[in-house]
Write a protein that binds this ligand. Sequence first.
Ligand SMILES: Cc1cc2nc3c(=O)[nH]c(=O)nc-3n(C[C@H](O)[C@H](O)[C@H](O)COP(=O)(O)OP(=O)(O)OC[C@H]3O[C@@H](n4cnc5c(N)ncnc54)[C@H](O)[C@@H]3O)c2cc1C
Length: 408
Amino acid sequence: MNASSPFAANGNVLIVGGGLVGASLAIALDMAGCHVTLVEAAAPRADAQPSYDERNLALARATVNGLNAIGVWPLVAAQATPIRHIHVSRAGEFGSARLDAARHGVDALGWTLPARELGSALLRRLDTCQHLVRLAPASLTALESHADGWRAEIKTEQGVQHIDAALLVGADGTESFVRAQLGIETDIHDYAQTLFVCTVTPERDPANRAWERFSDEGPIAMLPLAERRCGLVLTVPSESAAEVAALDDAGFIALAQQRFGWRLGRLSRPGKRHPYAIRRVASRRLTATRAVLVGNAAQTVHPIGAQGFNLGLRDALTLAELVAAATDPGSPELLEQYASRRAPDREGTMAMSHDLVRFACMPQPWLAPLRSLALLAYDRVPPLQQALARRGMGFRGEPPRAVLERLP
Ligand SMILES: Cc1cc2nc3c(=O)[nH]c(=O)nc-3n(C[C@H](O)[C@H](O)[C@H](O)COP(=O)(O)OP(=O)(O)OC[C@H]3O[C@@H](n4cnc5c(N)ncnc54)[C@H](O)[C@@H]3O)c2cc1C
């Protein structure tokens, strides 16, 4: 980042939404010396923010590089668990694809970290920002455009404030109010699936392995966590969600065991279960006049591919890189550059997440040999294996410079 950004004197950036992506963007822009206001509806505590919850995030290697570059990773690295091996398979079929960090010359393909820990590190890092104005709890309630940007009406506990911005950033999540006010339409796909997230203790040490396993009922993932525990992500058809929610611990473990199998021996001690209904929401445009969308406001993807925050951070760091080097943060040229730089990564990642879930979970028997062959090809054909590893580690499209920096 350019510490003496010429942008500083040229207008305010208003970020609406201080979730994982908005907070990361605010920190990156603060490092570049930009004038930024961050507005977040929840109080600035990890237990108040809706997405700083018990979900376990699989963070790609590129994401960890990015979090390191903005000074967040050193605050949270001790709580993260390295992922050194990934195993992808489908119940009842012969093919599988494996990724191995050592084979690709790295110490880890990614890391697992509870969202609550990352959220709390972001809040601590925000406290050290030098130029940033933070309003929380505070909500954007109305927007008015003017010649040089936007006038935002912000409701705070002290009353209503108005903020002028040369660039408005919608980082306000899947139901983005900013996106609606800008008149940006979305394409929505309801997977008719509900995802249950909790921790479990397996009999055998997961030993830094992550699994993704598909079946007719939906995907299941197992992520390695500290103290030999695992983060379980179990997807069920939405029509059985109420039944699964009502299961006692023994019933839930029996279901998880049946779906995951016995690779880790007997599963036990399930933590509190959190259900999430799954929809894909893709904005038809990323920008409008002096406005841009990032993170879930721009695209919400199926969580099973573990791409949402990884993709959103690349949105944020690409935008920060462009704004830091610009004289006008909301110029049409900058917005066009942002949209075209993000397009290949965004479209590729969205397509991969969507196609993976649909193709891998379709019950048609004639698909079985095709799926097995595809997985075997990714496992055995070196260029395919390399492409899979590079994408799995989050290096897609034209990555922001911050993600290419080396870990300490
Ligand atoms: C179960 C589950 C597991 C997941 N696992 C992974 C994973 O392994 N890896 C991965 O990369 N991703 C994962 N994801 C996705 C990831 O959690 C999201 O992509 C990420 O949280 C999106 O961050 P965001 O900041 O864009 O949006 P959010 O986290 O939704 O934040 C939006 C913020 O905007 C605020 N806001 C909304 N409206 C207003 C307003 N009008 N004014 C002010 N503030 C407002 C909200 O309070 C909120 O804090 C998972 C998601 C789920 C559900």
